[in-house]
Write a protein that binds this ligand. Structure first.
Ligand SMILES: NC(=O)c1ccc[n+]([C@@H]2O[C@H](COP(=O)([O-])OP(=O)(O)OC[C@H]3O[C@@H](n4cnc5c(N)ncnc54)[C@H](O)[C@@H]3O)[C@@H](O)[C@H]2O)c1
Length: 447
């Protein structure tokens, strides 16, 4: 960071602090009585990120008043894991009526978020939704309409913005280190462990997660929107299922536990050795039939594992993005070209040779002067981002949003809509204009 012009940066962030009055978190104070939290979707993320850890870290200022899930076994397990005493429900409306929360946390499968976001807004609650905010353009519009009707706002939890290297890149860009941004390449690699896990789970079916272009890439598109400080205008994409799914293997089954091909499948996963997965999913599959160790080659898989997206921001910056879900290693490469130089980062999160203890960002000026910045990941989920996001939401909601990390429905939509437009483009072969999808008109500079 030694090359940053601190004074200029502080000037910039001073202005940004003033704009935090527009933040969806700004009105969310925890000053008086404990906040009454209800949570819907008590799966892995619900219990882990928003359940036990919130109960442990913030029990002085919050209390869980209700938990809800369509799976009665899982919601009972969640209560036990979270060490809370509130009632549990399978009927969301009943939970809201009986427990009178003031805050709702939505951690269900992606394609159902809108239902609970809208009901929460209608009930006058502060709604906190996991990413992606939703999975298609009609549901995006329904959320905007509900916000307008009720005057309430949804908070979308883009934890990636809180990751130290993402924030560091944002600072470098806003500080003008590479001049005006002119083009971007981002290539994202999911490895054969993490990448394959999406194909084992509900994420492998479009109706639940909207494809990885929405479920996964919403993180990447939101980060790009954040870095570019602009909103997407038009999108063209290619996508195919080239590795997982029925057509790409001579062996397949419904799930691993009963599979006759266990000994000759590279993707055989013995879930019975994973106690947490057994207690969270297998013990309750009698209620909903969800097989957490689904076959990565099963016939229901209808998403892409190979994706290439070209899109342009309203400020004219073109982006070339790709996502592959069967890479030997995991991470991403980003290159941002500007009028004064170029920013490169190659962030590795799994490598056969091991992952370095720091992440590197390189700024190369147009005439060859190189400055390398090392960023040390912080402890806590997702490189330290999860605890930072939770602190902002629960502990310090009124603190200045210096790095513009708070996100609402507009950000939630603008990231999901790139993936939704990419999906539409793959299906129609056409360039999709973001302005044609909902009532939102892209802005050259983000608000
Ligand atoms: N920000 C991140 O880094 C991050 C990481 C993981 C997951 N997530 C998000 O968290 C959400 C949950 O993911 P997960 O990994 O916990 O999945 P999961 O399958 O473990 O949990 C989802 C839960 O929702 C419940 N559910 C589904 N439909 C429901 C309905 N209509 N009503 C009530 N409950 C319903 C399921 O029974 C299940 O218990 C997803 O939106 C996912 O994108 C975000």
């Amino acid at each position: 960071m030694e090359t940053l012009n601190r004074r200029k940066f502080i000037q910039n962030t001073g202005l940004l602090a003033a704009s935090s009055f527009l933040s969806p978190l700004a009105a969310y104070g925890f000053h008086q009585a404990k906040k009454r939290l209800a949570l819907v979707g008590t799966g892995s993320r619900g219990i882990g990120m928003w359940g036990s850890s919130v109960q442990e870290a913030y029990h002085d200022i919050i209390e869980f008043v209700g938990l809800c899930d369509i799976n009665p076994g899982r919601v009972a397990y969640a209560k036990e894991q979270m060490k809370v005493s509130c009632p549990v429900y399978t009927d969301f409306d009943k939970m809201i009526k009986e427990t009178k929360p003031d805050t709702l946390i939505v951690t269900t499968t992606d394609s159902t978020h809108h239902e609970f976001i809208i009901k929460g807004l209608e009930a006058g609650l502060t709604v906190i939704s996991e990413k992606p905010m939703t999975t298609d353009e009609q549901k995006c519009q329904a959320i905007f309409d509900a916000e307008e009707r009720t005057g309430n706002k949804v908070i979308v939890t883009f934890n990636m913005r809180y990751t130290p290297y993402v924030q560091q890149i944002w600072e470098l860009l806003r500080n003008g280190e590479i001049g005006d941004i002119k083009s971007v390449n981002l290539n994202w690699y999911l490895d054969t462990s993490h990448g394959a896990s999406y194909f084992r789970r509900w994420h492998g079916e479009k109706e639940f997660g909207g494809t990885l272009l929405v479920h996964k890439a919403t993180h990447h598109f939101d980060t790009l929107n954040y870095w570019m400080d602009s909103e997407p205008e038009e999108v063209y994409a290619y996508g195919s299922l080239d590795f997982y799914g029925l057509k790409n293997s001579s062996i397949n089954h419904s799930h691993c536990r009963t599979c006759p091909h266990q000994s000759n499948c590279d993707f055989y996963w013995d879930i019975t050795k994973d106690r947490r997965a057994m207690e969270l999913y297998v013990d309750h599959e009698n209620h909903d039939g969800y097989l957490r160790d689904g076959c990565v080659f099963r016939k229901e898989i209808d998403i892409y594992d190979t994706m290439a997206v070209q899109y342009r921001y309203a400020n004219g910056v073109p982006v070339s993005y790709s996502l592959t879900a069967f890479s030997p290693y995991e991470g991403f490469r980003v290159a941002i070209n500007g009028t004064k130089g170029r920013l490169d980062a190659w962030i590795k999160s799994s490598m056969p040779t091991g992952v370095p203890p720091y992440q590197e960002i390189t700024i190369t000026n147009l005439f060859g002067n190189v400055n390398t910045i090392q960023v040390i990941p912080q402890s806590g989920g997702h490189g330290g981002s999860d605890p930072r996001l939770k602190n902002k939401i629960f502990r310090n909601p009124d603190s200045p949003d210096l790095y513009k990390q708070s996100a609402g429905s507009r950000d939630g939509a603008m990231s999901a809509l790139i993936g939704i437009a990419a999906r539409n483009s793959i299906e129609t072969g056409k360039i999709i204009k973001i302005a044609d999808l909902t009532s939102l008109k892209p802005m050259a500079k983000k608000a």
